[in-house]
Design a protein around this ligand. Structure first.
Ligand SMILES: Cc1cc2nc3c(=O)[nH]c(=O)nc-3n(C[C@H](O)[C@H](O)[C@H](O)COP(=O)(O)OP(=O)(O)OC[C@H]3O[C@@H](n4cnc5c(N)ncnc54)[C@H](O)[C@@H]3O)c2cc1C
Length: 404
């Protein structure tokens, strides 16, 4: 059995056995720890430290890294399943894990032949580094496909000063993966992706994080000042990384988190209806119809994600297929549909529970689920995504068959 060594002194010096392939048991171990901390993570808007200690203990941060570079070569489906399981316990923990894996997916295919990036990738597996993301920038910077701050060059050395409006777990991360304008002379849409480890940047706080939900993600704003070498920049233009890696992995991993929150709400609805039925001599409570409709939308959501994940895995090594209008339309609509279905499912589960679901202080409370899942349509705003999709939707031929 191979060994994963967690040597990052900041985290743990323990050597843990690789349980390659046994992702289910490892995710469930994390889910158990995350569930115990979920209420206080939400109430105190704090980073889920206990869950991430367990995630590192289970060696789950570097699983996408190929075996040759010290990882486990996990598939997107493996990550999707882990996100789903963890988010059933704590939405914030699930989303942080998902965001980290999205960043890993955006670096791994492009690190080959770049010694700086290869070293970071090896450390991702060996030291269980946690990566954060900076795409949102400035006051009007929610357009991920445009950057304001440029990379500045001095020979081989580079620097970046960026108004990062929102970096989830920025203070807790070991590294930041950021978009940037290629150079001072480049257009805003001519972007690169750069990776900086903690020792090479500073974060000066600019925006706090006191939100309705996803409170444990601590998505505060910062002035990011980073220094590095040209090797910190991914050579492939961000435009291509965006289509081939960022969009599919973000939509699927985030979608799995929203599905996990929805599944947990449905489980509470089931528990409530069972309890109410016991208290009324077996009579089916009136809220049962809402529960049925919540379960139906959950199943639709799971089917949608499973189908999209299968299509992604089939196309994953084919850049042209990933960039095709058909795939991009499918994977973009998956984000819209997944966020809307997750929200509808949680709302239905809450209606199944009635006041018991609406309360904060009930064992059947759906309050945290609802607050957390409300972030899904605005995390890359659905209106913006739909607006951008107007043209491509007109151009994409409709399927001629159902059985594909
Ligand atoms: C929990 C959470 C964690 C996050 N973590 C990070 C992170 O780690 N790093 C990071 O960089 N960012 C992060 N973000 C920010 C996220 O990526 C988006 O940038 C942000 O949620 C978009 O905010 P917005 O809706 O105000 O912006 P916009 O997309 O600018 O939308 C503003 C308003 O304009 C409307 N609008 C926009 N475009 C259109 C259109 N075409 N047609 C009609 N209406 C339109 C929207 O409906 C909305 O009302 C996070 C967000 C959340 C919720």
């Amino acid at each position: 059995m191979s060994m994963i060594t967690s040597t990052n002194a900041a985290h743990s010096a323990a050597t843990i056995p690789s349980r390659s392939g046994d992702f289910t048991a490892r995710a469930e171990a994390v889910a158990k720890v995350a569930a115990a901390a979920a209420t206080s993570v939400d109430r105190d808007s704090r980073f889920p430290t206990e869950a991430f200690d367990e995630i590192r203990r289970q060696g789950l941060l570097g699983i996408l890294v190929p075996e040759a570079l010290g990882g486990e070569g996990a598939s997107p489906s493996d990550v999707i399943d882990i996100c789903y399981r963890i988010a059933q316990s704590c939405g914030s923990t699930g989303l942080i894990y998902a965001m980290h894996q999205v960043k890993a997916a955006c670096i791994l295919p492009y690190a080959d032949g770049n010694p700086t990036l290869e070293a970071i990738v090896r450390r991702l597996a060996k030291d269980q580094l946690l990566l954060a993301s900076s795409t949102t920038e400035g006051l009007a910077g929610a357009n991920i496909r445009e950057s304001e701050a440029p990379i500045e060059y001095a020979g081989d050395q580079i620097s970046l000063v960026r108004k990062a409006t929102c970096i989830s777990y920025g203070l807790e991360a070991d590294g930041i993966v950021t978009t940037a304008r290629r150079s001072e002379n480049s257009a805003p849409s001519d972007q690169v992706l750069a990776v900086f480890l903690k020792s090479s940047y500073t974060l000066d706080p600019s925006h706090s994080w006191d939100t309705l939900g996803m409170r444990g993600t601590r998505s505060e704003g910062f002035m990011l000042r980073a220094k590095g070498v040209v090797g910190n920049i991914v050579a492939t233009p961000y435009e291509k990384i965006h289509l081939r890696s960022m969009v599919p992995s973000a939509h699927l991993f985030w979608g799995a988190v929203w599905a996990g929150i929805a599944a947990s709400a449905v489980a509470r609805g089931q528990a409530f209806i069972r309890s109410a039925s016991r208290h009324s001599n077996g009579k089916v409570p009136p809220g049962a119809a809402h529960l049925t409709s919540a379960a139906a939308s959950l199943h639709t959501l799971l089917g949608l994600l499973a189908r999209a994940a299968r299509k992604y895995e089939l196309a994953i090594d084919d850049a042209d297929a990933l960039q095709s209008l058909e795939f991009q339309t499918m994977i973009t609509l998956t984000k819209i549909e997944a966020s809307e279905l997750a929200l509808a499912t949680v709302l239905r589960a809450m209606r199944a529970c009635g006041l018991a679901g609406y309360r904060n202080d009930s064992e059947f409370s759906i309050a945290r689920h609802l607050r957390d899942v409300l972030s899904s349509p605005i995390m890359i705003n659905n209106d913006r995504v739909l607006g951008n999709l107007g043209g491509p939707t007109l151009m994409t031929p409709l399927p001629r068959t159902i059985m594909r």
